[in-house]
Every structure is written in structure tokens, then in C-alpha cells.
Design a protein around this ligand. Structure first.
Ligand code: ZN
Ligand code: ZN
Length: 230
């Protein structure tokens, strides 16, 4: 099965490892498929504005450069490691209330989508771009310092139809509500630092190309999770 991680940050947002080094780290660790998913933060709240001010977000004016850089690195990764690299973003709707906040991975994104848009508009635009929509860390986490993002889970009756898969595990956390509800799932590292390499991952039984990977997650057949340790 393909060893995959679909939730990875670099210095384009709040990750501590540069894109090229991130690619080499995952390539040398034997990964088959990864997605680079830097934050795109909303500018319509005080914490969102703060993140944007300190360049912790990909913005409309550097999105092209971000995408082009990932494409160049994807070519290098394929030649050097046989690793598929998919461009993505983590749409980060950060508000003071956890109940209002949500983070959404868009895998295989093509054009910039502002995080201040409404949920439905974001999901419909993602479908137009044929991006995969993943609900990140959707339930209570063990990290006391991180803000929780509960909006999508709390409003799942309304929004589940737009979501291709939910993170059943993120780094060291496991969200059993997702498996109990029998929602489609994947597991990711939410990589920000080198040590986050050792964390929950997804295994996929499909061909190593973007279309097959997206279909496999969407149909959620031949999907497993594993705790990747050194
Ligand atoms: Zn997040
Ligand atoms: Zn993240």
C-alpha cells in the first residue's frame, strides 16, 4: 500500500522546515504520496489578521509562486524518490470561539480560495477545481495550546455532504467520533516540525497518480491508517 501524508506545512506558513528540505525528509523516509498544505488564513477576525501580518499564511499575492514552487519540487521528488507530491492548502477559519473555527484541507488545489468566504462557497469552488475536501482535526484534541476547530463536526448534518473525508487521526490524536459515525477517513501528521514525521499516516491501496489517490480517498475503499514511528 502507498504510505501517504496529506497534511504538511512549510515555511510558506507556520511550518519550521523549508519546502525543499520537507520534500527530502519525506522522500528519504520512504513516502509514496504527500500533499503540501500551507495555511490560507481568514482576514476577517483579529487572530486571522495577526497570522497574516506575520506571514503565517499563503496569500493571494504569493499563491502563484507557492504553487509553482510545489510543482517544481514535485518534479524533483518524482525523479529522485518516486514520490508523488500534490499541491494543497489548509483553509484556516480562525475565530476566538472554537465552535466557529474550522480548518479544511483542499488537496490538488488550482486557484486561490480566500478563507474569509462562507463554507458553502468554499466547498463549491473546491468542487469546481476538483480538489478533495478534508475536514481537519474536527474534534477535541489533546494539545492544550492549540485552538480547537469544532465548527464542521458541530454542523455535520449540514456540511458532511461536501466533505470527501475527515481526519480520524491527526499527529498523535485519534478522533473516534469519525469512525463511530462511519464517515470516510484519512490520517495525517499536520507536519510543522521534523519530529512530527512520526505520527499517524494514511495507507492507500491504489495507483500512484493524483486521480487514483483522490478517487481512493473519496470512495474510501482500500484505506487504512498506521502510526509511523522511527
Ligand atoms: Zn489546522
Ligand atoms: Zn495544519
Amino acid at each position: 500500500m502507498l504510505l501517504c501524508d496529506f497534511h504538511i506545512h512549510t515555511t510558506y506558513s507556520d511550518g519550521s522546515v523549508e519546502l525543499r528540505r520537507t520534500i527530502d525528509l519525506f522522500g528519504q523516509s520512504g513516502f509514496d504520496v504527500i500533499a503540501i498544505t500551507d495555511h490560507v488564513v481568514n482576514g476577517d477576525s483579529s487572530i486571522g489578521k495577526f497570522a497574516r501580518r506575520f506571514n503565517l499564511s499563503v496569500r493571494e499575492n504569493n499563491f502563484e509562486e507557492y504553487l509553482a514552487h510545489i510543482t517544481r519540487e514535485a518534479e524533483r521528488a518524482w525523479e529522485k524518490y518516486g514520490m508523488l507530491v500534490i499541491p494543497g492548502v489548509e483553509i484556516s477559519k480562525n475565530y476566538l470561539s472554537s465552535d466557529k473555527s474550522a480548518h479544511i484541507l483542499l488537496i490538488d488545489v488550482k486557484e486561490f480560495i480566500p478563507a474569509c468566504w462562507g463554507f458553502e462557497k468554499i466547498f463549491l469552488e473546491a468542487k469546481l477545481q476538483e480538489s478533495l475536501v478534508i475536514a481537519c482535526h474536527p474534534h477535541h484534541t489533546s494539545a492544550i495550546t492549540d485552538k480547537e476547530t469544532l465548527f464542521l463536526w458541530n454542523n455535520r448534518e449540514k456540511y458532511a455532504k461536501y466533505i470527501d473525508a475527515w481526519e480520524v487521526a491527526n499527529r498523535d490524536d485519534v478522533f473516534n467520533v469519525i469512525s463511530l459515525k462511519k464517515y470516510p477517513y484519512i490520517a495525517n501528521s499536520d507536519f510543522h516540525k521534523v519530529r512530527h514525521l512520526y505520527s499517524w499516516k494514511t495507507l492507500l491501496n491504489c495507483n500512484k497518480d493524483i486521480k487514483s489517490v483522490k478517487q481512493c480517498i473519496k470512495h474510501n475503499k482500500g484505506v487504512a491508517i498506521t502510526l509511523f514511528r522511527n
